[in-house]
Design a protein around this ligand. Structure first.
Ligand SMILES: N[C@@H](CCC[C@H](N)C(=O)O)C(=O)O
Length: 275
């Protein structure tokens, strides 16, 4: 059976999409790692399996069975609850293939349903759900300890302020408190970038440094607003891979940004079977 794939990205956070409506693919950790490998595979930060919720045994019970489910995997093969850039790319894929009827539609994730609107210019707005500010914690990078705030965006984040974003060496895993984040953490580093804007870099759990992290931009926006004494507002977040807009109101966030596709293809049977 030929296995089709699509390659896309959201602000250069890149993904391999695998259309698999009935959940027939045996998507092992080894296969995810191979797909994401930039030398022996297609190369990506993660895999998005496009599957109906009813074919996903660990999908949240409140999701309807026919809802399209973003089965997200990190490049190291691990499963994560949510991926903000991934939902934008996933939603645009659904819309382009006529797989959804309404202008606004739900996407199932392990963090619950997220609503998506695909705009005519290709941008996508995602309702990211509740954003919860947690306690302070810290990260260690290059021998420096940076204080920050934990944030739950469906997946775990630690947002740290820094004075020199460009000097950080994120090729190695930053230190963090494993008692506070027992399942690992995505760590954002941010600096102010003018009124209502921040610049951010991220070290993602299960991936390493990426050029963007949608849930991370939401976490950074929430902390930037909190630092300004506000619980609501709009923040423009500049990441190495582009720019997104985050709005927070009533404790919930929306994320707006681009979603782009670069290739459609078919995996080699021999390559897949040998994994
Ligand atoms: N890049 C994503 C987040 C992907 C999951 C993350 N690495 C985790 O393990 O929680 C995004 O755009 O939000």
């Amino acid at each position: 059976m030929p296995i089709p794939f699509r390659k896309g990205h959201g602000t250069q956070n890149d993904f391999v999409l695998l259309p698999d409506p009935d959940g027939d693919l045996d998507l092992t950790e080894d296969r995810v790692r191979a797909l994401c490998d930039r030398r022996r595979g297609l190369g990506a930060d993660g895999v998005l399996r496009v599957v109906r919720t009813k074919a996903v045994p660990d999908a949240p019970a409140e999701l309807e069975g026919d809802t399209w489910f973003m089965d997200y995997r990190n490049a190291d093969g691990s499963v994560a609850e949510m991926c903000g850039n991934g939902v934008r790319v996933f939603a645009r894929h659904l819309a382009e293939h006529g797989l959804v009827g309404a202008e606004e539609f739900p996407v199932g994730t392990r963090a619950g349903a997220r609503t998506a609107i695909v705009h005519p210019d290709g941008d996508v707005t995602v309702g990211m759900g509740r954003v919860r500010l947690l306690d302070p914690s810290s990260a260690t990078v290059g021998g420096r300890t940076l204080t920050g705030l934990g944030v739950d965006v469906g997946n775990p984040h630690l947002v740290c302020a820094t004075d020199d974003l460009d000097a950080l060496d994120l090729t190695v895993q930053p230190g963090y408190n494993p008692m506070f984040f027992p399942h690992g953490v995505n760590i954002e580093f941010m600096v102010p970038a003018g009124a209502g804007a921040v610049r951010m870099r991220v070290h993602e759990r299960g991936v390493g440094e990426t050029r963007s992290c949608g849930t991370g931009t939401v976490a950074a926006a929430a902390v930037a607003l909190h630092d300004a004494g506000r619980a609501e507002g709009e923040v423009t977040v500049h990441i190495p891979g582009g720019t997104v807009r985050v709005a927070i109101a009533d404790g919930a966030a929306t994320l707006t940004g681009p979603a782009e596709f670069v290739a459609d293809g078919v995996l080699s049977d021999a390559w897949w079977s040998a994994l």
